[in-house]
Design a protein around this ligand. Structure first.
Ligand SMILES: NC(=O)c1ccc[n+]([C@@H]2O[C@H](COP(=O)([O-])OP(=O)(O)OC[C@H]3O[C@@H](n4cnc5c(N)ncnc54)[C@H](O)[C@@H]3O)[C@@H](O)[C@H]2O)c1
Length: 406
């Protein structure tokens, strides 16, 4: 879904502007690949552009190729980019496979499900001088960048109490989600709540220290049981509390396309500050003659801020928004690292690549395993907590960060 909705169109645009070369897309089986190739909007926006499908589309649609990605990665020249956009539980093995094959990585969030795995990835990537960017695109939303700058300039005071929501559409329940979004694998807090936990950390620099999540279970159309709803309470190192409500349940008939917002109250000296962002209704409403909107709706809140295809000076349409900016920035970081070290001796190039990786970690704009691993700790804590019906899980930092139920 994310490959169709954001990643492939973004990379097609980078390809036609000369920033990306050949594109190979590997899936478990052929149906999603056929859908990607047939997507009328993508074809119209990127005329003449194509990707090589793995497995080949001639294969039977019901035949699975769970290990084919290994061959595809192994066939790549070294230090290209592998984009990982598979179900969360597979990220760890695919990212490690890519790193061991000397490939840079762009991975959708969450990078992995445990801090130990994030640390292993950070170390493997650093040792080989490979960049791993985690696609937390909300960081690149201008609202977040502005909030980060002004929070850090002291214009709001200190974050003390906040509320966030991200409710994905009901129709997600009928998608491929029903095959993997089951209770033992994940939940709505881990799936999308992590965006806002990462954002509060991105804006304030405060680390989360305790997480408690409760969920409401339900059945997918295929009978699998999953958490359809979750509510998490995250306590930060300064005592601040963020409540996060998530679900697969925004009405398909709603103007949505989903529900998302963040409000942060901050304590100042004798007066208070606040950051409030409505990320669902961004001020633009369309009512279409036909049901063009998500879930087949006519009346829609449209966000030109995340990702949309718009006219440009070239053929077709171009992607705009922070979703595209985020993909372009991560792949741009990889290109810069390669351009700056091309022609250097092996040891010198490795040292310079490592310096550039550490600098990006320190800058903290693009999410990397080093600067976003609070998210793995939160995910770990959230999974422990939700499976224990909301028992708080405590995160301790220091040389060996760890999570334990209280
Ligand atoms: N806002 C965001 O940042 C955002 C939004 C949506 C999804 N995501 C993330 O993207 C990832 C994928 O989510 P989605 O909604 O696109 O899921 P999806 O189920 O629609 O797609 C997953 C894809 O992985 C492929 N796949 C599964 N096993 C494979 C294997 N062994 N080898 C090769 N391909 C394999 C499937 O063929 C499928 O095309 C998840 O980690 C999710 O958390 C992030």
């Amino acid at each position: 879904m994310i490959t169709n909705d954001l990643i492939l169109p973004s990379i097609y645009h980078l390809q036609r502007t000369g920033a990306a070369g050949a594109i190979h897309v590997c899936a478990l089986n052929t149906p999603p690949l056929a859908e990607l190739k047939d997507n009328a909007e993508i074809r119209e926006a990127f005329p003449g552009q194509d990707f090589k499908a793995h497995p080949d589309l001639k294969e039977a649609p019901d035949r699975d190729f769970p290990d084919l990605y290994k061959d595809v990665i192994a066939s790549m020249p070294e230090r290209q980019a592998v984009v990982v956009a598979m179900p969360d539980p597979l990220h760890y093995s695919v990212v490690m496979e890519a790193l061991r094959a000397d490939q840079h990585v762009l991975c959708v969030k969450p990078l992995v499900l445990t801090h130990e795995h994030a640390e292993e990835i950070r170390k493997e990537a650093y040792d080989r001088g490979l960049f791993v960017g985690v696609e937390y695109h909300k960081r690149l939303d201008r609202r977040s960048l502005l909030a980060r700058r002004q929070y850090r300039q002291g214009h709001f005071g200190e974050f003390v109490m906040g509320e966030a929501k991200m409710i994905e559409p009901y129709f997600y329940r009928s998608s491929n989600f029903q095959n993997w979004f089951t209770c033992e694998n994940t939940d709505p807090f881990v799936y999308v709540g992590c965006h806002y936990v990462d954002l509060v950390y991105f804006i304030t620099g405060l680390k989360p220290v305790e997480v408690s999540v409760v969920g409401v279970k339900g059945r997918f159309p295929n009978g699998n049981e999953g958490y359809m709803w979750a509510n998490g309470r995250v306590r930060f190192e300064n005592g601040a509390v963020l409540s996060v409500t998530d679900g697969l349940g925004y009405p398909d008939e709603g103007a949505g396309s989903n529900e998302q917002c963040l409000q942060m109250f901050c304590e100042g000296d004798g007066r208070n500050g606040m950051i409030k962002t409505n990320d669902q209704f961004r001020g633009l409403t369309h009512s279409y003659l036909d049901g063009l909107g998500p879930g087949g709706t006519a009346f829609n809140f449209v966000s030109p801020d995340f990702y949309k295809l718009v006219p440009w000076h070239g053929e077709g349409y171009m992607p705009v928004g922070y979703g595209y900016d985020s993909i372009a920035a991560i792949l741009g970081a990889i290109r810069r690292i390669e351009a700056e070290t091309a022609g250097l001796g092996k040891a010198e190039a490795l040292a310079r690549r490592q310096e550039m990786i550490v600098e990006t970690d320190r800058q903290g704009l693009l999410a990397t395993p080093a600067n976003s691993s609070i998210n793995e700790l939160v995910v770990e804590a959230a999974r422990m907590s939700i499976l224990e019906d909301g028992r708080p899980a405590v995160i301790s930092y220091g040389d060996n960060p760890a999570v334990a139920l209280r």
